[in-house]
Design a protein around this ligand. Sequence first.
Ligand code: FAD
Length: 478
Amino acid sequence: MRSIWENVSKEKYQTLEKNIETDVLIVGGGLSGILTAYYLNNSNLKVTLVEMKEIGSGSSGYTTGKINIMQGNTYYDLLNNFGFNKTLKYLNSQLYGLNLIRENIKINNINCDFEKTDSYVFTNNHNNINKIKKLKEFFDKTNYKTEIVKKLPSNYSSIYGIKGDGYVFHPLKYLYNIANNCKATIYENTTVKNFIKEDGNYIVYTENYKIKTKYLVFASNYPFFITPGLMPFKLSTYKSYALSTKCNNMHFDAISIDEPVKSIRFWENNLILGGYSHKTAIKLNYKKDYIKLKKDLHDNFKLKSEYSWSTTDIKTNDFLPYIGSLHDNMYIITGFNKWGMINSTLAGKIISDLIKGKDNDYASLFSLHRALSKEKIKSFVTDSYLITKRYISGKIKRNMDFYNKSEIVKINGINYGVYTDEEGKKHYVKNNCPHMGCTLIFNNNDLTWDCPCHASKFDIDGNLLKGPSKDDIKKESN
Ligand SMILES: Cc1cc2nc3c(=O)[nH]c(=O)nc-3n(C[C@H](O)[C@H](O)[C@H](O)COP(=O)(O)OP(=O)(O)OC[C@H]3O[C@@H](n4cnc5c(N)ncnc54)[C@H](O)[C@@H]3O)c2cc1C
């Protein structure tokens, strides 16, 4: 599983090899963490960032990289949930975030293939035409200019849509260049395992060392801890798939508002087709979604994929990200609802302003302490039910297609996942996620053990590939 963005070189950063003290510790080297570090450059605070793998190796390296203002269903959902004024504030936050990206690219002279495109939100479903009309009505009351279109500028099937201005870039070129312009000390291959509060500071534990810090920022995509904040019960993890292949650049991007969602963008002479996203908790056989996406690529463009990848993103139950203070000097950035390009830069600005004690017009919109809405409570209950269902019942049907080349066996009363490799060697791992104990399922596309509850990912020998788990799973082999 490789994303198209991974072919640019990056600087290597040291691994933490001693106890240290800092003023601000940022956990996670995706766009959110790196941008937070960047905006603290002029703060006189000592800033440290730790990343469990390499910077950009999380969702930020597997995105489709559309710097999108219209964002699919987002404004429709926000209007239903909050009404016009708050939805307008969200739109303004995105336009502000877009300007921050533009400014960062200009000031730092970054070459990250940033370009303006025609951006479309479209449907293939007659029942969704009214949704598009509602979006148009909303944008007509704002400064963001849009027009109605009947089809996309390609053979991709569509019956109705709306067009506005959008932007695209190479997400890792942006991230690596911003990292080069950060004054923060960055450590890679350093995993935060735990933290405690002691005498007004946080003591943060990595595998072998301690970091003492006044401010603690979790930019780890999905927070690994349960308290404070009970965040796992306020968030849902969604898995999405992407393919890319050589194709003439058509200089537009598009996303559908239908289920399953379809997404199109071009980068240089490559087409990136994405979609089929679903809650991780409700689907077990990921290979089928790649097959559908490949069929889409063939049916609409007569092309075969060169790269394919999948990753997870986090949704909140009221369609607004969580960016703000969780507890004394502790901050969290999560829940971009699949729109993390603008929101990560915006989050970096907001969190750095909060740490510096500066006002930020958008801090209250994304506050973690905002009131619960009806929609939020409803989704919360449904999601908790799905997670708990997987969590408690053991849950997974032993479907042969799904467990291709893998099986679950009981040894001394303990369930093990067993994968048999090409040479016939069996790889055993305990079949529970170290994060919250959910039963792991075998991802027969990526050849990984995946957690359906919160999307942690492990290789066939149980080595951690992606959090929120911060630990490997117990491994044994024969
Ligand atoms: C297929 C797909 C397509 C998308 N397309 C778009 C798009 O076109 N436009 C858009 O706006 N958004 C898009 N998104 C969403 C966007 O990619 C994400 O919201 C964004 O990249 C999240 O950035 P992040 O920095 O918050 O998280 P990440 O990039 O995941 O960074 C978090 C980092 O924290 C590290 N970490 C985790 N736990 C620990 C720990 N315990 N200790 C140390 N480090 C830790 C991880 O290794 C990771 O590197 C897409 C998402 C998906 C899944």
